[in-house]
Design a protein around this ligand. Sequence first.
Ligand code: DGJ
Length: 780
Amino acid sequence: MIQKIEGAYPAFVLHTTNTTYLFRVRKTGQLEHIYYGSRIHVASADDLAEQHSVAQGNSIAYTQEDLDMTLEDICLEMSGYGKGDIREPFVEVVCHNGSTTTDFVYESDAITTGKPEFETLPGSYAKDDEVDHLCICMKDKNEGFVIELHYYVYEEEDVITRSTKFINESEHPVSLRRLMSNCVDFNEADFTVSSFHGNWIKEMQKKDIVLTAGKFVNSTFAGWSSNRSNPFVMASRPGCSEWAGECYGFNLIYSGNHYEAFEVSPFDKTRFVSGINPQNFAFALEVGESFEAPEAVMTFSKEGHNGMSQNLHAFVHNHIVRGVWRDKERPVLLNSWEANYFDIDEGKLVALAKKGKEAGMELFVMDDGWFGQRSDDKRALGDWVVNTKKLPNGLKGLADKINAIGMEFGIWVEPEMINVDSDLYRAHPDWALAIPGKDHSEGRNQRILDFCNPEVVDCMTEQMRQVFSSANIAYVKWDMNRIWSDYYSPYLPAEKQQEVNHRYIMGMYRMMKTLMEEFPQILFEGCASGGNRFDLGILCYFPQIWGSDNSDAISRLSIQNGYSYGYPMNVVTAHVSACPNHQTLRNTPLSTRFNVAAFGVLGYECNLSDMKKDELEEIAAQVALYKQHRATMQFGDFYRLQEGNIYQWMVVSKDKRDAVGMMLQQEVKPNEQYVNFRAKGLDAETKYHFYSLPFKHNVKTFGSLINAVAPVHVKQDGLLHNVMAQVVKIDGETEDVTIYGDALMGVGKNLKQGFASSGFNDQVRVMTDFASRLYFMEAE
Ligand code: DGJ
């Protein structure tokens, strides 16, 4: 709900169910931010605003008519350079006369409903009655530039989004050097800023700092939203925890270079800005031309990090992800990459798919290596024609065989990239981003196609159209495997070279949108060497993203946990893979690999053809179990119960009748025998059957301790020990009680006592390093 408080200087109140955002027009024309937090009643904005009656020290008075007001010490909705506010600006231009000073003041406002589509970028979407829209028009007193500030209020999800449009209504061309999407000023310091950093195979590692002074910048120049610094950030007030306390979450619907800065001013005010990274950015606007900044997303919760995450999970599900797959259960897939890498042919793929089918898997995905001369990662990107030596019956022949087995067929592509060793490059060397005549720095032996050039976008779109319609393709993994270097588009003139990253991203979105609309039934999965482009821009087109090339269950704990702060778990895909794990060489139990992957969208990526019978049986049981709880796992509410040596996660179906919990112990700690599983999100009044599934321990888990009970001496790893391991199976502990929801959430379930050397029976919870358990909670 948006309310305008009329007056000579109006104020605007944006209410969601539990939050309020408030600002007013100052008598000097700037927009003064007053409040963003828990929902409040606002009778008068002026009575709530900060009171400034004495000018501070050596700061700048904005105007001689109001010597007590300096823009440096006022919370603002936007700010430029040169009029006294020396904090992070919202907008930066270089005018025709070389000036960088702007002086934007309020001109008009309009309140409507509905969410119009942006012209050049993806954005959130909603039915008209789901979102209210406020547009404030600001005009620059010096040159006449116009800035439209758009606010969209998603009442139900407690989310407000913002976007900005700059229109050059001056009489001269202008160079736009920065246009932020969001700016929120708080009249306080000491926020804990949390951001998510990493690299290949270690995405989304949460880092916290307390910002008492100075500036903290979370940004990337990788060319993409990147695994180095995800655009999602949080700001928490002192004392905020997972379950209580005040917390803000911010994100950006954008996949290119982004920028999020928190700055504490000498007046102890914290400014947050976010938008396109101004580094190496300049956009030339002729008279009458305009520029759209990406849409920014923000939420507030007084219910801790969990409350903030729940808001964003609902928002991303309801207003970012779209298309037929949004609410459709995702199939359990089997991907060929870690089973075969580039060494694929029809026979191997069909054999692997048959094993997958036997285990209950539903979709077979042929990964890299199927096209052109693609025998390794040095060649053929750009040549999207099937390699008939590997697939003599073409894509259709293979797809038909997979379909005949009873599985859907999916394919891998990397349509934004080109190898120099490709027919495409030989025909169009000027289609890659590279500085003509200069050495080029490559990544994974490949270059980035010049998507600033519409002809390149159209050609690659057509190539993909041909591939996607050449067979019965149900799924596409859209990969992208290098970061940017040598920022240069041969298509653009010299003076537009600082537009390259943004123009590329707009071209890429155009291609994604075209193909998504033409092939609505295809399930698209975004991928960028794992999570190198995990952002809300991509999620506007693809309903799921491969979270990391790291499929090690233990590495995945912090990776998936990191994503869960800002993204719902049904956009994060996760696979069970072989051991030792290909990324870490770590051995983890097969059960743990499943238990962790099941909290994302589950898939398998290992050579089932080489696996032992008992492993295949275990996998078949996992797939069956997952399908039984799939609706809950993929569309339920996700909770982080515990992080650290012991991780506990839980997901609860929307109707609260089904819930699944996981407890994983990374390292055995001696004599730490008691673990409590304290649930969240259940119905207090309902009785739940809390149980775990029966399982057996391998005798060898106990090593030579077997001699404490064996009537004859058993030599460890000797013949007798090996035979016993085959024949004797020891019952593991199980849980099986019925408890009210409020008790499960209040007391928690005290799990069976843990093993501590001096005693064992089937009531003792034996968990070696990296062991885990699933707990089921079903309403009676
Ligand atoms: C990187 C991806 O993240 C992997 O899963 C795989 O698809 C390879 N690319 C293929 O080249």
